[in-house]
Write a new protein. Structure first.
Length: 442
């Protein structure tokens, strides 16, 4: 049987899923957490606590600042020691709430406290409200507030929920392990979303390098109606929403459009599990699974991590940073961002921490473009990356907008294949940021 995939572009980088067989461990409770108030796309949350305030686990410490925004909850019981600006995983200084953990901190999540709960007792509107109240955002990396995604406009008709279990980024295995260890809970989360959206069809898309997860879900859904498991060809960036919809349903999301325009809502498996916890066990989004990995690490692993935990705590848990380390990246090697230091905190969007050695990180010396067209061939959005880089480099941002620079999904496929080692993605990212400013000023 032919495995499904998207038809345009894509690449096949080495998978390096070295932590795929490592069960998720619980990271020890951090002494101090640094909780940014902007961990989502949209308006930052508004701080509702002050210095010296005592806070409890799950308490709202920053409230949604608008429609496209999200509540922030304290991941620990403790005392607010300061409200400060710290450098986040993207290298920008962001407002943050610093909390010192109390010794009495109980909820290091005892598994037996949260047994599988399948019966759904809330009504659809109550489900949507709780998803909003409990700060659920997309955990696949984009961190779009989930309640906004689920607000269906009257002129849209939905017929399918797609659950993204692809995890195509090399090295990362957080979603893979979550599917293996929390498969039943994820299926309840899917049924919760289907009920809230009033649709009777869902597809779980999983790349074929995760055969154990595919088999597990096929066993769990055998005899059940409405939920389909789809094995996908291993190809990057298959986890992009538009690529996944095209692969599974052969529907093309229009330029500047949303999945809802073709009758679909897409949620990552981590998000679905967070929704299950919120609806069935009243747990706000306060922790997530993070893969800490790298070829030279002593003990690369997957961890349950409290939001706000410093990255250095994760690195200590895997044996520390090897001497020949060149880069520490938040995310995977294709779309991740290099960290300035290890004091930055884990946020809702932190899927992985990747440690890259000197010999792995060396970039070739950039040379002139040889017009080979490889970057065009692999672009999953059908763009001309060489042109977009040139326009950004020369400051021709209006022209770059005309050439659809904002359509770029920043997957990095172009930079990966360029024989001249040109920093295509770096310039395109910069051009996009200027383009967005120009568009917002119109």
């Amino acid at each position: 049987m032919m495995l499904k995939t998207f038809p345009k572009g894509g690449i096949h980088p080495s998978e390096n899923k070295i932590t795929s067989a490592k069960p998720i461990k619980r990271l020890p409770l951090p002494k101090v957490v640094y909780v940014p108030i902007s961990q989502h796309i949209g308006i930052p949350a508004e701080i509702v606590v002050d210095r010296k305030d005592k806070v409890e686990i799950g308490q709202v410490i920053a409230r949604s600042g608008g429609y496209v925004s999200s509540n922030i909850h304290s991941p620990v019981a403790g005392t607010v020691t300061k409200l400060d600006k710290i450098v986040d995983t993207r290298g920008y200084k962001k407002q943050c709430i610093v909390i010192r953990s109390d010794v009495k901190n109980e909820s290091n999540f005892q598994e037996n406290e949260y047994p599988l709960k399948e019966e759904i007792s809330l009504q659809p509107e109550e489900i949507l409200k709780r998803i909003s109240d409990y700060g659920i955002v997309g955990l696949g990396g984009a961190t779009f507030p989930s309640h906004v995604k689920l607000q269906v406009k009257k002129d849209k008709i939905l017929d399918c929920l797609i659950v993204n279990g692809v995890e195509c980024e090399p090295f990362l295995t957080a979603d893979h392990r979550l599917m293996l260890e929390k498969g039943r809970e994820i299926l309840v989360g899917i049924r919760i979303l289907m009920y809230a959206l009033q649709i009777d069809r869902a597809i779980i898309g999983i790349e074929n390098n995760k055969k154990d997860a595919i088999d597990l879900f096929r066993n769990l859904t055998s005899g059940a109606s409405g939920i389909q498991i789809a094995a996908l060809q291993v190809k990057y960036p298959q986890g992009g929403e538009k690529q996944l919809i095209r692969a599974l349903l052969k529907r093309e999301v229009p330029k500047n459009g949303l999945p809802m325009d073709v009758g679909v809502v897409v949620h990552n498996v981590g998000t679905v599990f967070a929704i299950y916890q919120a609806i069935q066990h009243n747990r706000p989004l306060m922790e997530r699974v993070v893969t800490v990995t790298g070829k030279k690490l002593n003990d690369p692993s997957n961890f349950w991590v409290k939001i706000g935990t410093p990255v250095k705590d994760l690195l200590d848990a895997v044996g520390g940073v090897p001497e020949d380390t060149r880069k520490i990246v938040s995310g995977g090697p294709m779309m991740g961002k290099a960290l300035k230091n290890t004091d930055v905190p884990v946020t809702k969007g932190t899927s992985g921490i990747l440690v890259i050695s000197e010999d792995e990180a060396s970039r070739g010396e950039p040379k002139n473009c040889i017009r080979c067209g490889e970057c065009v061939d692999v672009c999953p959005m059908g763009l001309e990356p060489h042109l977009l880089m040139n326009l950004s480099e020369k400051g021709m941002y209006e022209k770059a907008l005309e050439e659809d620079i904002l359509t770029c999904i920043e997957c990095g496929s172009c930079s990966y294949v360029c024989p001249s080692h040109r920093p295509l993605l770096d310039y395109i990212r910069f051009g996009k940021s200027i383009g967005k400013q120009l568009e917002s000023n119109k």
